[in-house]
Write a protein that binds this ligand. Structure first.
Ligand SMILES: Cc1ncc(COP(=O)(O)O)c(C=O)c1O
Length: 403
């Protein structure tokens, strides 16, 4: 069980059933967490937030004081983030950029282009030819490099070191760098390398990956005699859904990055976490609609489901949660309740995959009780298939805002 803070609990219990399900975001907790992450990082490490984890404008704005910029991975994200946090540096990546998106990004003057293939480079280079004389387009080449810890290469969120559509193959490195340093595209300025290799790693593995990316990049720069100004080592800091009270070891990671940058004077290292910044601030809250036994197990069906919170389905985990008992039962019919100590929490969808959490210790759970699912602040609402079965959308609540 994972208890929400008093502020979140009060809000969840104060909502009318018609306002459920609800996404409740604790922006004060988000700011506090982001401040501690920033404090753990050395000054010469830049922190960009990967907006794909949660692009709610209130979340983007709350992160503003603690971040150096935002990473966006589509034209849609680019326009949305530019509007939500105007004037902030944006790094634009993604494996399938259209010419229209690249032209839009050039027009907006984004601060970094993450180039993911020779074709991507050719389109960007050609489109940039129309820029005003002297205009500079800062480029990082994204590479699909081997992970330092080869045993991680098979995990489902691994994007590097195995065949994937992400980034350039190292075999294309010399060609790509030559095109940039030989002046083929005079407006493009090669600033360095980008490599987001995996998500869900703990600090030692993520540090080993960062070290190997920087070492490889330094070798590439030395071979082609270009100045390696920066390396973006990506995001991917683990969020442990089985231990919602624990946090990625930012102190150890920051100390490791300090050692890494000390070994490469003048190099700016950038990171772009998503999940580990925002997961903790979000709660998906709802109420139990029905409780029943089926073939020896107890099921509680809640209002909503994985069409709002797809995370447990995509990651195959049990979403940590907490029961908030509601004593009043306003209906004339009997109130169903759980007879067994362990309860499976499912949603309203007509699919056995609509499982939010299995075997939750919730003895006596009743219809009308509320349930708050934790760690719902990242890859939650925005990755869910909202329209399946046409259920109403949740309501959204941002607590602890400055307004
Ligand atoms: C290029 C890139 N950067 C950053 C991230 C953020 O990763 P995470 O949310 O695991 O930190 C992702 C996630 O897919 C990504 O693809």
């Amino acid at each position: 069980m994972t208890a929400p803070t008093a502020t979140v609990t009060d809000r969840v219990l104060s909502l009318d059933p018609t306002e459920l399900p609800a996404y409740v975001y604790d922006l004060a907790a988000l700011r506090e967490h982001a401040a501690s992450v920033r404090a753990a990082l050395p000054a010469n490490v830049e922190l960009y937030y990967a907006a794909k984890a949660n692009p709610e404008p209130e979340v983007l704005a709350a992160l503003g004081p603690y971040t150096d910029g935002y990473e966006v991975s589509s034209g849609g994200e680019l326009a949305h983030v530019a509007k939500a946090v105007p004037g902030r540096p944006l790094a634009f990546g993604g494996p399938g950029k259209t010419p229209a998106e690249l032209a839009e990004a050039l027009g907006r003057g984004v601060s970094r282009f993450h180039v993911e293939s020779l074709h991507d480079l050719a389109v960007l280079g050609t489109l940039s030819a129309g820029l005003a004389p002297g205009a500079r387009v800062p480029v990082l080449l994204r590479f699909n490099l081997p992970l330092a810890n080869a045993s991680l290469a098979g995990s489902s969120l691994t994007m590097g070191g195995r065949p994937t559509p992400f980034g350039l193959d190292p075999a294309d490195a010399d060609t790509a760098v030559r095109l940039l340093v030989d002046g083929r595209y005079p407006h493009l300025e090669l600033r360095g390398v980008h490599a987001h290799l995996a998500s869900g790693l703990e600090a030692p593995d993520l540090l080993a990956a960062a070290e190997s990316v920087v070492t490889w990049s330094a070798g590439l720069a030395a071979r082609h005699r270009f100045r390696l100004a920066e390396v973006n080592v990506g995001g991917g800091m683990n969020v442990d859904y089985t231990a919602p009270g624990s946090r990625f070891d930012w102190t150890a990671y920051g100390a490791g990055l300090a050692r890494l940058t000390a070994a490469h004077p003048g190099l700016t290292v950038r990171i772009e976490p998503g999940r580990a910044l925002t997961a903790y601030c979000g709660w998906y809250a709802t109420e139990v609609l029905d409780v029943k036994d089926s073939h020896g197990e107890t099921f509680a069906v809640v209002r909503g489901g994985t069409h709002h919170l797809r995370t447990p389905a995509t990651k195959g985990h049990d979403q940590p949660c907490s029961v908030l008992p509601v004593e009043t039962w306003p209906h004339p019919w009997p109130r169903p309740s759980a007879g067994r100590p362990l309860v499976n929490l499912t949603g309203q969808l007509c699919t056995p995959k609509d499982l939010l959490a299995r075997r939750v210790p919730a003895p006596g759970l009743r219809a009308g009780d509320r349930v708050a699912f934790a760690l719902a602040g990242a890859y939650a609402w925005n990755i869910s298939h909202h329209d399946f079965l046409m259920y109403p959308r949740p309501t959204f609540h941002f607590l602890g805002g400055h307004d």
